[in-house]
Write a protein of this length. Sequence first.
Length: 499
Amino acid sequence: MKIRPMNTYKTHSSLARTLFLVLPMTLLGTMPVHAESLPPVFSFQLASSVGDLNDLSSDHWSYEAVKYLVEELDVMTPLTSTQFKGDVMMTRYDLAQVFYNIVRKLEVTNGKSMANLSDAPPEELKDVDDEHKMVVNSVVNDYGIMQPMPGHRFLGDEAITRYELAHELNNYFLLVERHSGPPALAQRDRSSQFTDLAKEHWATQAVRAIIDKYQIMEGYPDETFRGGKRLNRYEAAATLRDFIGYVNAYLMPIVPRPTPMPTAIPTPSPTPEPTPVPSPTPRPKEPLKTFDLRLGGDFRVSNVSSGASSNLLNDSAYGANGELTIWFPKLGNARFGVDLHADFLNWHKPDDFTLLSSLNRTTAGGSVFWRALGADSSEDFSLVLGLGYDLTALNGSVKASGNSYQVVSHGPTGTLGFEYPIASWLSLVANDRFTWFLGNQNFADRYVWRNDAFVGINIPAYTFATFELGYRDTRYIQADKPAIVLGDIGPEANLRLRF
């Protein structure tokens, strides 16, 4: 196993190195260690390289924590020259050694002893062997970090539990705060959610401090702390790394140069509460445009046979149409507008007519619209009601005489329309216009009433320019045929511009 001196703690001669290794060990082995006997003396420590460990891969969840403790700080050692043995339980002896190594680094870096000043007689522990006596005596009697077990025993070979680790870490924090002052950090309240942490338990106060004040341990997803659970060396290393990081960042430095807080590593502790994700700002809806212009054309076929009457509009016709709607600013919650429309149809086979040699139909009119629904945005479902006045003129030539043929009908109009945007690329459109014509009821070809219905789609739904494709059905009754509903039906295509 490769070993190297820590960069921070160096000696400058072979004599100093020898004295540094031998003298402190001799003194510590022959006399009690008290505050007066622990001056801030530099120590020479050997650091291990995690690259030599064949049981710890770089993608292991505890790799960074072990590397920080073993290689960078040299406060925790592998169990063999080639293995960290992280699955082995962390014993009280192991923890005492790590605690001792940390406190000595704090003393060296900050130039002062951290031992407690007390006249109380030291605790005599019956079961501590010579190998661990100096370290255990220091963390128990000199620093008060760890506590003896009942019967003046230390039980160093016993595995450490989560209760014990929380209790010892809380003692450690209190020791450090006596020399640094308390941290100026907000305290959370998460330990109150634990269902297995009794108020009268001996470790409850320490657990609450570690969870809520210092925030270096967590509970489990089922709202338990599981304090009796024993910790292996991987788990202990992760928590000790967080403890050192907290002390180094908020209380006092453990190394002479600033050490950044290491990146959090997943541990058996539950996943922290996720950071709230801000809600995205909603996109404003497309506002209703002032002008709505339709320009297009129709192709129609008659819906009755030519034998029904000599002047029926039979066969097929084609023509152009246009419509302009102007919407005014809102009045309260209401929005009104005006609509102007016109269409022209020409029958392209006048020879089929019995009496006429040519025929076309022109319709024009205007209405006042009330937009009952969808008054603010083109993206909303809209419902439009309207009242107006229309004029329809039939123009042609009589076959026999060549004279002009003209019939003009006019009257009030009612309109109902709706539009439903399904998505930004498609909307459904439907409207109906009914006209009741006024005038001489005895004129044979005069229209009595007329109904225009349209059903179609817009592609896209509400951009500046869209294509409107649909089907138009026109029905009417003439004065001389009150029992026959005449009409023409067919496809219609429009270019729709909204601006």
